[in-house]
Design a protein around this ligand. Sequence first.
Ligand SMILES: [Zn+2]
Length: 232
Amino acid sequence: MRFDFFDTPKPPLEFQPPHSLVGFETLEKAESDRRALVSLLRGGNAAQQRLAAIISPCQRGARCHSAACPVCGRQFRMRFAGHLAELIANDDADWWAVTLVPKDRTYPLGGLRQFSPSQFKDRIRKQLERSVLADAAVVLGIDFAVQIFSQPNKAPIWRPHVYKLMRGHSTESIHAALDHYYYPPVSHTPRPIFSRKIDKKTVLRVTSYAFKCKFNIRSQIGGVNLSIPLIL
Ligand SMILES: [Zn+2]
């Protein structure tokens, strides 16, 4: 996938993550990640070596535009998160951040290729279209986490799930519309729906979470968190 956004103007300074969001990755960190990725890909198969050849020459003034490039990904994330934060902050309506975790979408490590992002997106779209949320503006990211269990005989699994930002409505209407698709909770999915109203003062943190590529460990649940933003 090739990014095609470099002519998009940057958002105003207060909505630029490197200026206004503590902890946003630095250009130096992204460059170091790019070099590490190139070195890893060069030792891989033919397709991985082709990708290394695309990302390797990326430099200021001649960016590679590859969605796999940490530097170009950071550039996209700055614009995506910034412009979306500006839109939400200046909107009169309330916005909600909603996480949806379908309990039937689990894949063994090495088996994630069975997952179809398009089918997943269509399924979520249909759930919304059939509900009171049908008129809501929604920005949806697909988040990929690895769930690791405390029981040693239980293998880790991939858990694709939804992180969406939605205009209007309320926690009550979100649950009324979606509970029957996601409830009851099961042991590996104790909280299938989590919604919270977005605090517009910290909106940049929320929007930057909708597109990211990073690894972190959260208690017993570790995650490679890679979100793909999709406009529904
Ligand atoms: Zn690049």
